[in-house]
Design a protein around this ligand. Structure first.
Ligand SMILES: Cc1cc2nc3c(=O)[nH]c(=O)nc-3n(C[C@H](O)[C@H](O)[C@H](O)COP(=O)(O)OP(=O)(O)OC[C@H]3O[C@@H](n4cnc5c(N)ncnc54)[C@H](O)[C@@H]3O)c2cc1C
Length: 278
């Protein structure tokens, strides 16, 4: 096992470019250290990134909020910029892990780890966030909705990393927001089901909506079919049997030690109904 602590961001990109076998980034370590300890990851070559200033912090730039990938959840929850512009993030992350884990766990790690239960992903999907993905010679922006390709699989090349998360300052402006994470308890709970959504209503009709779920597929995702169906409709015009039919096409809940698939499905239906009814 090799451990590299790059001296600066250029050095990080060079290390990534060397494309050593079994190479992993280490940010807060709250996922990867567990995976190393339980043997899911064996003999990793680690590149530490949490000390690189360029990757951390929250700032406003023109009409966007930029969150560095190694920004931890405590700093995100306490950020004045986030509270002022995107209170949805501040409010939704209150029950993320525990105060202790919040000081280590990073937003980039939560996304890149790609767990179906990752809390921040449905929230960012509802806000239509983008990721900046960079290597030594490339920099590309990609919508989070296009990032995952399968269970813990994504579009990043071996020499790339997420450098920042980009959210429009207006992402939730004039929208009603909804976030519900259902777990076994309030703190240190892994989501059995999570639903995040924002919607805009005018003259009783839904004029725009973004709806995302976690823990119901191999990775968190938007429910595009339901969004398309409810846009332009008032509550009275929405046929909830149709919503369920569409939901069935978009989620594939599983039974595991935390919950069974029927429970996950019914909770999800109820949460979506609650959100649409609000
Ligand atoms: C006790 C406990 C409670 C937890 N509770 C929750 C919870 O309530 N909700 C929740 O969602 N998660 C929870 N987690 C999981 C974990 O804390 C989060 O997923 C965390 O955000 C991961 O970030 P990290 O910086 O620790 O990632 P790391 O462990 O450092 O890295 C995770 C993975 O992402 C990769 N990676 C890291 N940064 C980048 C980057 N910038 N670009 C590309 N790849 C990168 C790493 O190579 C690694 O594969 C919990 C974990 C523990 C141990």
């Amino acid at each position: 096992m090799k451990f590299i602590k790059p001296k600066d961001i250029e050095n990080l990109y060079e290390s990534l470019d060397n494309n050593v076998e079994n190479q992993y980034l280490l940010a807060g370590g709250t996922d990867i250290n567990v995976q190393i300890n339980n043997g899911t990851i064996r003999k990793p070559n680690i590149i530490y990134i949490n000390h690189l200033k360029e990757l951390s912090g929250i700032k406003e730039e023109n009409d966007q909020i930029l969150i560095g990938s190694t920004t931890n959840f405590k700093d995100i929850i306490e950020s004045r910029i986030i509270k002022r512009n995107i209170p949805f993030i501040h409010n939704s992350l209150q029950n993320f892990a525990s105060p202790l884990i919040q000081t280590s766990a990073t937003i980039g790690g939560n996304i890149a780890n790609g767990s179906p239960t990752a809390d921040v992903i449905p929230i960012l999907l509802a806000l239509d966030a983008k990721l900046m993905i960079c290597s030594k010679s490339t920099a590309r922006e990609i919508f989070l909705k296009d990032f995952f390709t399968g269970y813990k699989q994504n579009v990043m090349e071996n020499n790339e990393l997420i450098t920042k998360i980009i959210i429009s300052k207006k992402a939730e402006h004039k929208y009603q927001t909804f976030y519900k994470k259902v777990g076994s308890r309030n703190s240190l709970a892994i989501a059995k089901v999570a639903v995040a959504g924002i919607k805009k209503v005018s003259k009783e009709k839904i004029t725009d909506i973004k709806l995302a779920v976690g823990s119901l597929n191999e990775y968190p995702r938007r429910l595009f079919k339901i969004e398309e169906y409810v846009i332009g409709k008032s509550l009275l015009e929405i046929d909830f049997e149709k919503v369920e039919e569409l939901l069935n096409m978009e989620i594939t809940p599983i039974s595991d030690l935390r919950s069974d698939k029927e429970y996950r499905y019914h909770v999800c239906v109820n949460l979506i109904r609650t959100f649409l009814n609000e």
